[in-house]
Design a protein around this ligand. Structure first.
Ligand code: FE2
Length: 497
């Protein structure tokens, strides 16, 4: 930096003038090969006094070696600043971090000391270049009854272009995006950290995705395709020839790349093949949001045939979906929560779905249906311990659903414990929609099925009402509400709004 070479007298004389300069005007930093902010910026995991801001320096995101066009052995200083206004006239926080080659020159800054429930703008500078400006909102103050609006998104298979659903989402009046996984889809030859980094580079080349990240904070958890289709714990599905150790090496690379490209707290940095993803976030006295990890700690699916007559093994008590540590954490958090709404955000569908149009029961064993006893345990807990306003938010199906979560899915007259809202995909197709549609009669607890459409769920939460709009793309990139559902305070079932 130029200032350090000044003598003290000159520094003092220049001080008054420097104070008038915006921070980024005066510091050059080392030159980089090219514009380094091609992956955009992002924010996430808001708290009442701050949030995480993210970027990764990558002048050449698709570089074969996975280094993004950055020097392999050089740390690079990155300056950041957070302002109250888009024009950065009122900067309230600033700092400098090092982008390190071990992390693909990604930076994750935990910004603190901000005011609750308000919007801020942020940007980075490195190598004499300034990043695009991002916007993030802090969570409401602990006692606040302020409303919350958010989108639930999942499944964004690369289709070689852009994401119109994200462009529309960026225009919505929202506080937050909850992303339930399949942020990328691994390919047959995605095995190393460099392979995974290139995929994130490709997906983030879509302007719509970068726009959504710049406009809104994301709270994200991965599902299967960030690693391997339908993987479970230490078991791959697509690499039956691989030993456990080899799969765990792929999992470690996949987790590392996920961390490097998402606005996660530094505490989420994976250790080898392990990554702590489950966490909770509080929004005033209105809501507690739990993010679950239903992949890393689950046992293997009871059968390799995903949609098949229900395996007796799926019903065995003790078959775990969350792992014991996460299950205990969830139950004790729910029990202690004083929030009006308890939003359980997770990947696969919790409700049973019976594909058999005859007398039998056929289910998808990759869903909670393959872990039915674990599901019954969660629903029993919700029923008996009764945390207020439980709502389950799910993804993975590439189609929207509203479900009644039943005490006994085999008995339509049994008690409804909580509603489940399943979001459709941002871009991934749903070739199984017809098969689902044919079996709707077998599943009276499914109150709404949105079919093979792309979009997201937009939720508006107030003290006494949750409203969910299923937003689907129509022609020419327009978005429309296909159906609106509401959950009233004290009611375990959604109704048409
Ligand atoms: Fe998906």
């Amino acid at each position: 930096m130029g200032e350090t070479r000044m003598d003290r007298g000159r520094f003092l004389r220049a001080g008054a003038a420097l104070a008038l300069l915006p921070l980024f005007g005066g510091c050059g930093g080392e030159r980089l090969p090219d514009y380094p902010f091609r992956l955009g910026v992002a924010s996430g995991d808001p708290l009442p006094d701050g949030f995480v801001i993210w970027t990764r320096l990558a002048p050449e995101p698709l570089a074969q070696d996975g280094l993004g066009g950055m020097p392999p052995d050089r740390k690079v200083g990155v300056r950041w600043e957070v302002a109250r206004d888009e024009g950065f006239r009122r900067v309230v926080r600033r700092g400098r971090v090092e982008a390190r080659p071990e992390l693909g020159h990604a930076v994750h800054v935990e910004v603190g000391g901000l005011e609750a429930g308000r919007w801020y703008w942020y940007r980075f500078k490195a190598g004499g270049e300034v990043s695009p400006v991002g916007r993030a909102k802090t969570a409401p103050a602990p006692g606040s009854g302020e409303g919350l609006s958010f989108a639930v998104a999942s499944c964004q298979a690369w289709a070689g272009g852009d994401y119109p659903a994200y462009r529309r989402m960026a225009e919505e009046d929202l506080d937050l995006v909850i992303h339930l996984g399949d942020y990328i889809y691994e390919e047959e030859d995605t095995r190393t950290l460099a392979d995974f980094r290139r995929l994130y580079g490709l997906y983030k080349s879509a302007p719509g995705l970068r726009e959504a990240h710049a406009a809104l904070p994301f709270v994200a958890v991965p599902d299967d395709h960030e690693v391997d289709n339908d993987w479970a714990g230490a078991y791959p599905e697509d690499y039956p020839e691989l030993g456990k150790d080899e799969f765990l090496r792929i999992r470690a690379a996949a987790f590392r790349a996920y961390y490097e490209h998402m606005p996660l707290r530094p505490s989420a940095l994976p250790r080898g093949p392990r990554m702590r993803l489950h966490r909770r976030l509080r929004f005033g006295r209105l809501a507690e949001l739990y993010l679950l990890d239903t992949r890393q700690h689950r046992e293997d699916q009871p059968t390799g045939r995903l949609i098949a007559p229900q395996e007796p093994e799926a019903l065995e008590p003790g078959r775990s979906m969350l792992g014991e540590e996460q299950r205990r954490w969830l139950f004790s958090s729910l029990q202690r929560s004083g929030a009006r709404w308890n939003l359980i955000a997770q990947q696969t569908m919790l409700a049973r779905y019976d594909y058999d149009t005859g007398a039998g029961v056929s289910v998808n064993h990759d869903q909670w249906d393959g872990y039915a006893a674990a599901r019954e345990g969660l629903l029993r807990f919700l029923r008996e311990r009764g945390p207020r306003g439980p709502v389950v938010l799910s993804g993975d199906w590439h189609a929207g659903f509203v479900n009644d979560l039943k005490a006994d899915f085999g008995d339509p007259a049994s008690e409804t414990v909580a509603p489940e809202l399943v979001t459709t995909s941002i871009s991934s197709g749903c070739p199984w929609a017809d098969r689902v549609e044919r079996a709707l009669g077998e599943n009276p607890h499914v109150r709404y099925f949105g079919g093979d459409r792309r979009g997201y769920v937009r939720c508006t939460l107030r003290e006494n009402l949750l409203r969910a709009d299923f937003r689907f793309l129509r022609g020419a990139g327009r978005i429309k509400t296909d159906a609106s559902w509401a959950v009233e305070e004290g009611s375990p079932a959604a109704r048409r709004a």
